[in-house]
Design a protein around this ligand. Structure first.
Ligand code: ADP
Length: 542
């Protein structure tokens, strides 16, 4: 017997319809490439998304054709999120931080038909357009009068001129909720990048679960600042969750420096912000230097790489902002876990509470997890046993676009490439990426633990731990350190700093001071590059 409820498809167009009808005045504020602050609301975003849909129809794009973006977080990008997917096309967010050759490879692989780009990326588009063999239409996300006369890009038109003549009425098509809605390529540290292809259904379920109180706790009373880019994994689904809840959206545009982000948080009364640790590092540095305080920020979700304890302490104890440590991947849309405490944790001593907060958190509804040993046998949830982390759920990848790399699943589970523990309360803690784990004398050392201790030193801005070949122990940890501007610390002082904080054999054998640590397109430390840079390094006494 089937249920007797209406079977409305879960489509992205329903989000913007809802936001328009129930939160039409809900604000969308963007710092623009032009440098000014632009203000609009869900009603206008909805109307302009429908203009985008009409404009795309005018280009004779077929259902599921790919429309690429090369854009910062902003209202025009948001309109494309809804206009492209809502009209049945697939939004392909390109990462402008990638090498131009990679952008060409990815655009051709995705068979993009249209490219909409922010003017800050004009030089990239000028360099790559002739090699992007499938792109027929180039749209610059600006006013007509901001378009230079001779860009060399054939048929280039401005977004505003493109949508201006279009009607603001449009009937969103109804189609199977399993249809593709957007795609994102993983950074592909090895081999060619591979794309996760999200569906309308996966996107809506992810947005709904992500907004729950024990996940990101989003509501119409929030002003949300996604510093996480809309060009990588849909800014963790925040634009969709915001439309679903009516939260105010605040977009930073290209200005990601500490000062600009802090000013935006204050001027727009942001209550909730999302970013990777490197972004917050810059902002906290600025606040410290200028002795600043937040007046409205209540919580911040930090993920993408491990959040150092010093950052949790700074937000929590110094600035009174709750940190939600979160974990996920491109292949998971991306949210998998969020570290929100349970009742039993609230009365804990601060030190014990901190130990819980450092974990990547518990699975949000929809994501199932398990850890397995080398033979694939499931390990206990005791907070001690660690093994390969596998996940499954309706917003976890089943295969990559065009079947690249074959089936990624093992018995229906997706292997994340992370190594983790899970405790009896279901809190997962990443000890490492499997390829970064340091194997020393038959034991594993978590590079994240070693980094976290260094990051707690007041003179350390950034630290990356890697394993170096050792004749006796197989590998030994060394730590590459970037000092904070104007701060000093010696190798011996830093080694001494580890005393009493970890087992002796987990203390790094050496400290290498570096100017900077290579960061990838999504702000993560690129340990492969660091290993290349240090390939001639030799451990002391070997
Ligand atoms: P890419 O590295 O290709 O950009 P993702 O952005 O999807 O891929 O990154 C996913 C990986 O990032 C995870 O598998 C994990 O190793 C790491 N990661 C994400 N969040 C965290 C976190 N909170 N703590 C530690 N590692 C994290």
């Amino acid at each position: 017997m089937l249920g007797l409820m209406q079977s409305q498809q879960l489509l992205i167009s329903t989000l913007i319809d809802f936001a328009e009808r129930h939160h039409g005045e809900g604000e969308v504020v963007s710092r623009r490439v032009e440098g000014d602050i632009h203000r609009t609301n869900y009603r206008e975003v909805a109307a302009r998304s429908r203009k985008v849909a009409n404009a795309l129809d005018g280009l004779n794009l077929a259902f599921s054709d790919r429309v690429a973006t090369l854009a910062w977080n902003g209202y025009r990008h948001l309109e494309l999120y809804f206009g492209v997917s809502g009209s049945g096309r697939v939004l392909h967010t390109l990462n402008p931080r990638l090498h131009p050759d990679q952008i060409v490879w990815i655009a051709n692989h995705a068979e993009d038909q249209v490219l909409c780009f922010d003017m800050s990326f004009l030089p990239i588009v000028q360099a790559v357009h002739s090699r992007c063999t499938t792109i027929k239409h180039f749209i610059a996300l600006c006013d007509a009068d901001k378009l230079p006369a001779d860009t060399g890009i054939p048929g280039l038109q401005s977004y505003e001129a493109w949508i201006a003549p279009q009607p603001a009425t449009y009937t969103w098509p109804e189609f199977d909720e399993n249809s593709a809605s957007s795609m994102c390529y993983t950074s592909g540290t090895t081999g060619n990048p591979k794309a996760a292809l999200y569906s309308h259904r996966s996107t809506l379920l992810h947005a709904m679960s992500g907004a729950l109180p024990d996940a990101l706790n989003m509501s119409a009373r929030d002003a949300v600042l996604p510093v996480v880019p809309m060009f990588h994994v849909n800014a963790w689904g925040l634009p969709y969750s915001a439309a679903m809840t009516g939260a105010k959206l605040v977009f930073p545009g290209p200005a990601m420096d500490g000062k600009s982000i802090f000013e935006l948080i204050e001027s727009e009364k942001v209550s909730f912000a999302a970013g990777v640790p490197t972004v917050w590092q810059m902002m906290l540095g600025h606040m410290q230097a200028c002795n600043l305080r937040f007046s409205t920020l209540k919580r911040t979700v930090i993920g993408g790489s491990a959040c150092p304890p010093a950052m949790i302490t700074a937000f929590n104890d110094v600035y009174g902002v709750e940190v939600l440590h979160a974990w996920g991947m491109t292949e998971m849309s991306p949210l998998g876990t969020v570290c929100t405490l349970k009742n039993k944790h609230l009365s804990m001593e601060p030190g014990d509470k901190m130990k819980v907060r450092l974990k990547q958190g518990r699975g949000i509804y929809g994501v199932d997890m398990k850890i397995v040993d080398g033979e694939g046998a499931e390990l206990p949830w005791d907070g001690k046993a660690y093994g390969d982390l596998l996940v499954k759920g309706p917003w976890v990848i089943s295969e990559y676009f065009k079947g690249e790399g074959g089936s990624p699943l093992v018995d229906g589970w997706f292997p994340t490439g992370d190594v983790a523990t899970i405790d009896a309360d279901g809190f997962m803690q990443i000890t490492d990426r499997s390829k970064d784990v340091i194997k020393s004398g038959g034991e594993w050392i978590s590079s994240i633990d070693v980094e976290n201790i260094a990051m707690a030193h007041p003179s350390v801005a950034m630290a990356a731990c890697i394993g170096m070949k050792h004749p006796k122990w197989d590998e030994r940890p060394v730590i590459a350190v970037v000092k904070k501007p104007g701060c000093e610390v010696t190798r011996d002082e830093l080694i001494h700093f580890y005393e009493g904080k970890t087992a002796k054999w987990q203390v790094p054998d050496d400290v290498i001071f570096v100017e900077s640590i290579p960061l990838g397109g999504t702000g993560k430390m690129q340990k492969t590059k660091l290993r290349d840079l240090l390939k001639d390094y030799k451990l002391p006494n070997t």
